[in-house]
Each structure stands twice: as C-alpha cells, then as structure tokens.
Ligand binder design. Sequence first.
Ligand SMILES: NC(=O)c1ccc[n+]([C@@H]2O[C@H](COP(=O)([O-])OP(=O)(O)OC[C@H]3O[C@@H](n4cnc5c(N)ncnc54)[C@H](OP(=O)(O)O)[C@@H]3O)[C@@H](O)[C@H]2O)c1
Length: 315
Amino acid sequence: MSWPVVRLCTGASMPLLGLGTWKARENDCYQAVKTALGLGYRHIDTAELYQNEKEIGKALKENFATGLKREELFITSKLWSTRHHPDDVLPACQRSLTDLGLDYLDLYLMHFPAARARGDNFFPSDGKGKAAMMDIHFMETWKAMENLVDAGLVKAIGVSNFNISQMEEVLTNGRIKPAVNQVESHPYLGCHRLLECCTAKDVVMTAYCPLARPGSQEAKDFGVDSLLQDPAIVEISQKHGKTTAQVCIKWQIQRNVVVIPKSVTPARIQENSQLFDFELSEDEMSAINNLDRNARLVPFLACKGHPLYPFNGEF
Ligand SMILES: NC(=O)c1ccc[n+]([C@@H]2O[C@H](COP(=O)([O-])OP(=O)(O)OC[C@H]3O[C@@H](n4cnc5c(N)ncnc54)[C@H](OP(=O)(O)O)[C@@H]3O)[C@@H](O)[C@H]2O)c1
C-alpha cells in the first residue's frame, strides 16, 4: 500500500508522514535515515540548525546509488533566524543543498518569524540572558525566499512557528503563497483554530513534537510528559491493539496534518510508520481533540518580548 500524501497549493504531493531529525546527530542520524528509507519513509524533515544535513545527504546518496529516485523523495529544510538578512538567504539555501547533496529542496521553511543577529553563531546573546535580535521584518526575508523558487532551488516555500495573523500577513503581502506552516502540535496542543485557517487558505499544517518529546526535560517542565500515558489515549490504543504513539500520529494524519515524529531507534521508526491498518472513529478523534490544554514545549523563550515573537498570538 502506498503511504498517504496531501496536495500542496503548488500541485506537488507531500507525504503525510515524515521522519523528524532534530537532535539526531552524526552516525545516529545517518542510520535513522537509512532505516526510515528502507521502511518506506519518503519524507525527511531537517534544518541548517540541526547540523545533520551532511549525514542525511550521505544516506540519500547511498539510496540513490541503489535505485531510489530523487522525485520519489520529499525533503524539507529550514532557514534559521540568523540568516534572515536578504543577502544571507541564497547562501544558506545553497549550503543546505550542498550538504544534502541535492540540487533542489521540495520545501524550504522560514524556521521562526523573528530574526536573530546575523552571523554564524546560531544563538547570539544580548548579554542579558536574551537572544540578540536583528531588525528585519519577515516579509523582507520572504521576498528573498521567493527568489529561490524563481531560481528553481526550491519547489515550495513555507513558514514555521508563525501564528495566524503572521501567516495571514504573508498570504496577503507575498507574491508566492506559503505552502506549509510547521508548528508544534500534539493532543495537548491541538492548534485547532490555526488548522481551520490553514484549511480555508489552502496552506498545509505540519505538526512538530507530535509525541510531545517523551522523557525530555521540557516535557517534564511543561507538564506534558504524561501524553503517551494519557488514559483517553491508552483506552483508544488498547481498542485498536496499537501503541499510544501510533494513536497520536494517526490522529494528525486523519485530520490531514503532516506529521514528523523523530526517532533514531529502528524499532520506533518502524512503529511510527505502522499506521495504515487501522482508523480512528469520529468519537475517538473528538475525544483526542478534547485533550487540548494549550501546552507548548518549544516556546523559544530567548526571543520572548520581541515584537515578532509569535506565541502571544493565536494558533
Ligand atoms: N520547526 C520547528 O521549530 C521545529 C521544532 C521542533 C521540532 N521540529 C521537527 O519536528 C520533529 C519532531 O519533533 P521532536 O523531535 O521535537 O519531538 P517528538 O517527535 O515528539 O519526540 C521525539 C522523541 O520521542 C522519542 N520517540 C520516538 N518515537 C517514539 C515511540 N514510538 N515511543 C516512545 N518514544 C518515541 C524519540 O526517541 P529516540 O529518538 O531515542 O527513539 C525522541 O526522544 C523534529 O525532529 C524536527 O524535525 C521542528
């Protein structure tokens, strides 16, 4: 059976399931991508920030050598906030392409709406415990990203961590539409309003942290470490003979949200893809929708207070 896809406003197909790779580094990342491709994953999510594009490129190259075709894959990368100056956009994209060993990306996202100070330090500091920022509006950066589409380096562009009004600003003022908004979403952070807006405007929503990063310090700090043990999700998973992780991923797919669980563990990479032999009922979908508690794990706190900080707005 072929894995399900969603159509982007460009007409291209994007697989609803992809492999997340944040914090997958070096050999772990290379092995994870190889495992995933072997299992049938065709969508990989990365970013310059993750510092793993060379390892992903190595795994892709080996698969191309054994017959995998570039056009069967969907590769997403992201422009980090220190690259928002319009002069930095093309070089950043070219670096990602070189590291990945590709001549185009399927999707290039602006990683975050607010710009950090220019340079090679990913997390420049203002010396007072906050990020050093740069006064460049995301529409200036967006225009430079539109040029990447014109140049054929990326098939589609999109945004990430943009709230509803920021996304609408790009839709209104951009020449090229954002195809995707990638945001944190799991049953404790449903982003139901954002999903309605995306659907109305033909923007695809992608869910990051779909498992609420189990076992992480952030999950503990923000009180969502219990997601995979939530009684409502446990009950649904037992009914279907599935794991709670599989239920969380399937819930996103059934609401037509692209989902990118990260794992470097072969058994989990496989588990997270065994989704196509069961269906959640309408009641089960509603029960999961009702678990929303607006619990955000990735609040980019160092940028809080900046006028373009997205998380004061609606998602
Ligand atoms: N745009 C953005 O700003 C942004 C921000 C964050 C993330 N992302 C993207 O979204 C992807 C996913 O988010 P995430 O990595 O933060 O969180 P996640 O996918 O919710 O959680 C990843 C964690 O869950 C574990 N895991 C995976 N499958 C599991 C399973 N079936 N059962 C139990 N544990 C499981 C993984 O462990 P092992 O790896 O040890 O197996 C890893 O520790 C990222 O990798 C990245 O590609 C984007």
